[in-house]
Design a binder for this molecule. Structure first.
Ligand SMILES: [Fe+2]
Length: 243
């Protein structure tokens, strides 16, 4: 059984299409999306439409959960916008505008997504989360002490925990026997070269699994031009994250 795990697309169609080209060659049985499909990109409606298309094509074999920024868009109140503008101006102005430009049916879609999902495949228990099993916006990133990751995952009974959120791919094999894998980010990768990352996972009939992070090339300079065209306050700070 082959699974493609994508996360943190953040409304970046160019990055998404490059990743999907690779995924389509992999020919997965299932696709998991770990949230943050929108906020701070250049075309939230395009990406939401693509999520609808994946649902249409894969039915129950496409599983998508909600990320913290999906939740911010869904909450979308003035107090949250004001606070975000204060602590992270470029994200605050994008949040304000994203709420205006995103189709209401897509905002309802991200509002109703589950925060987590558990699934058992060939006897392997898998939990999908955005940040960590205990918190939607908690960071599981490289170089954390194993004990810390144990604490973050102690309320999960899964064998494998798949997460995103930090935009940096990594993996942990814990003393408790759990494996924790951060899939990285499709649309706003925080790796050195800023290239999209996703995860390919293969599970054999006995539940033994193999994983590989895939790094995909795309035209990040064009994506940067596309985001600068939004002409929002502080948009250049968002654009800097692309290259
Ligand atoms: Fe994110």
């Amino acid at each position: 059984m082959k699974i493609a795990v994508i996360s943190d697309i953040h409304a970046n169609p160019l990055a998404y299409e490059s990743v999907m080209e690779d995924i389509n060659k992999f020919i997965p049985d299932k696709i998991f999306c770990l949230g943050d499909i929108i906020l701070g990109g250049y075309d939230p409606n395009y990406i939401c439409e693509k999520m609808f298309e994946l649902k249409e094509k894969y039915n129950d074999n496409f599983i998508i959960i909600q990320g913290n920024t999906d939740k911010m868009i869904a909450q979308g109140n003035d107090k949250l916008i004001k606070k975000t503008k204060e602590v992270f101006p470029c994200m605050g102005y994008s949040l304000e505008n994203d709420i205006q430009i995103t189709d209401k049916k897509y905002i309802d879609f991200v509002r109703n997504l589950p925060e987590k999902k558990s699934i058992e495949l060939n006897g392997l228990k898998i939990e999908l989360v955005h940040g960590s099993p205990r918190k939607q916006d908690e960071n599981i990133y490289p170089s954390l002490a194993n004990d810390e990751v144990e604490k973050m995952t102690e309320n999960s009974s899964a064998d494998v925990i798949l997460c995103g959120h930090t935009h940096i791919p990594c993996g942990y094999s814990l003393n408790s026997g759990k494996t924790v894998i951060n899939a990285g980010s499709v649309g706003r990768s925080m790796t050195e070269d800023k290239m999209p990352v996703y995860l390919q996972m293969t599970i054999d009939n006995s539940g033994k699994f193999f994983v590989e992070h895939r790094i995909i090339k795309y035209d990040n300079f064009q994506a940067q031009k596309n985001i600068l065209a939004r002409k929002l306050n502080h948009i250049e700070d968002l654009a800097k994250m692309y290259v």
